[in-house]
Write a protein that binds this ligand. Structure first.
Ligand SMILES: CC(C)(COP(=O)(O)OP(=O)(O)OC[C@H]1O[C@@H](n2cnc3c(N)ncnc32)[C@H](O)[C@@H]1OP(=O)(O)O)[C@@H](O)C(=O)NCCC(=O)NCCS
Length: 171
């Protein structure tokens, strides 16, 4: 399969005008099923508006849009920890399904990591992935994340317990 050409996406702040494209791409059970329940399905205009206002209101910014073809078609976020863990942060990401399997998420995560490790005090990133989410496992492994372990029954998603892999990458 032809892989996505590099540098044809942008990671940028969310904007109020992203509401329609956010709804268009996020309103998808195949995306929500792999994320925390805070990412709703169905995903309404109201959900998009609340999320974008929340993202824009945070300082420093932690939630970013992934833009291609001039439109936001995904998101990538950072959740920094606190206290003695304050140099660690969790990352999370998703893409509109029509953009899957072109290598985009791998490049987006690579760009995001490089930015964070060179421009912030974060020295360790981690991600928690449902064990059945093989595409996300690949994205992390292609970006040098190491599987630290398996967290049994760590999530309760869609009425059942799900195991999660814990992945980390340090500077
Ligand atoms: C996870 C996600 C962001 C990946 O985006 P993407 O742009 O398609 O990812 P990439 O194309 O960069 O890489 C996907 C890799 O998974 C592989 N893959 C795809 N489907 C697969 C499957 N069913 N089994 C195994 N590997 C699979 C691809 O072949 C590719 O690996 P390769 O480059 O070694 O061939 C996207 O699927 C998504 O948004 N999923 C829903 C939300 C989500 O899961 N977010 C992450 C939560 S931890």
């Amino acid at each position: 399969m032809e892989k996505f050409q590099k540098k044809t996406f942008r990671i940028r702040s969310w904007q109020p005008t992203d509401v329609p494209s956010l709804v268009e791409h996020a309103n998808n059970a195949n995306i929500a099923n792999n994320l925390r329940d805070s990412f709703p399905y169905p995903y309404t205009e109201e959900d998009a508006t609340i999320y974008i206002n929340y993202a824009i209101g945070k300082s420093p910014m932690q939630d970013f849009a992934i833009e291609t073809d001039g439109k936001a078609m995904g998101g990538i976020s950072l959740v920094p920890l606190s206290d003695v863990e304050r140099f660690s942060a969790e990352i999370g990401y998703w893409l509109g399904e029509s953009y899957w399997n072109k290598g985009i998420a791998t490049e987006v995560v690579r760009t995001f990591i490089n930015y964070l490790f060179h421009n912030t005090s974060i020295v360790r990133l981690f991600a928690c992935v449902f064990t059945h989410n093989l595409p996300s496992v690949r994205v992390l492994e292609k970006n040098g994340f190491r599987k630290v372990g398996i967290l049994h029954k760590a999530a309760y998603k869609n009425n059942r317990f799900v195991d999660m892999y814990y992945y980390e990458r340090c500077t």
